[in-house]
Design a protein around this ligand. Sequence first.
Ligand SMILES: CC(C)(COP(=O)(O)OP(=O)(O)OC[C@H]1O[C@@H](n2cnc3c(N)ncnc32)[C@H](O)[C@@H]1OP(=O)(O)O)[C@@H](O)C(=O)NCCC(=O)NCCS
Length: 251
Amino acid sequence: MLRVTWAVLSGFVVESIIFGLSVLPGALFWTWHFNWTFGNAYVRIVVLSMAFMPAYLLFCIALMVLSALAMRLMGWRTPDAAEMRIDDLDWPLLRWVRYTVSIHLVRLFAGTVLRATPLWSWYHRLNGAKVGRDVWINTISLMDHNLLEFGDHVVIGSDAHASGHLVEGGVVKTARIHFGNYVTVGLKSVIGIGVTIGDQTQVGALSVVPKHRALEPRSVYGGVPAHKIERVEPESPLGAGGIHPGGGGPR
Ligand SMILES: CC(C)(COP(=O)(O)OP(=O)(O)OC[C@H]1O[C@@H](n2cnc3c(N)ncnc32)[C@H](O)[C@@H]1OP(=O)(O)O)[C@@H](O)C(=O)NCCC(=O)NCCS
């Protein structure tokens, strides 16, 4: 019980400090505008409203940086290849809970506005993920960042879900997820724990890739559960020199 009380208190205190410090730059920026003198009340309203957007952006950036640094400092991470019984409430589980809470707060306040931008990929890297070049993450549903690995030129579609943990029968199970180079994950897809997606492979929209599956490179997968989609080019009515699949006419 003492362990849980300590975990809850420490999590609360750390998140409060992160949040308080993150608000500071944006608040200072906005207050600076507040102290300007305006001849006209309407101009004052417009300027103060305009100052809100950059102030919020400053808050988001500070929140991402401070949250990621605090998680590094505290060593709160998702353990790899672990099985943690929820009933045991042991230290690895409590560290995972606090890491998850921090990710949840950042995705709520910053992710909703910054997803699909380079800043969002940068936060995942800062928070423990291995992120290659040119990675676009258009979702706020990636969890357990320290168990995620992205190659170069990866696109994670809108609202796709991938986390390094799942709960089965009261046990939290964890494993790494690897996205190869030039991988695209379709919108609203679910990627299970321990999944490896080979280079240049696409996962179709609304698909579910079950846990621990290895998807072959240069392939297309789709469906629930995801299966390999064999793509057969339509036979040309004009024979060997016929219609190009792209619709470009005789070649
Ligand atoms: C899976 C996908 C890549 C296939 O595209 P494609 O190679 O052009 O294939 P086609 O559209 O010709 O479809 C080929 C077959 O796959 C099936 N298929 C297509 N998308 C599917 C999906 N999401 N799940 C299951 N099956 C799918 C088709 O029904 C078709 O089956 P059939 O041959 O039995 O008729 C594409 O449909 C898709 O879902 N892309 C995701 C785009 C996306 O979300 N990007 C990220 C955010 S913008």
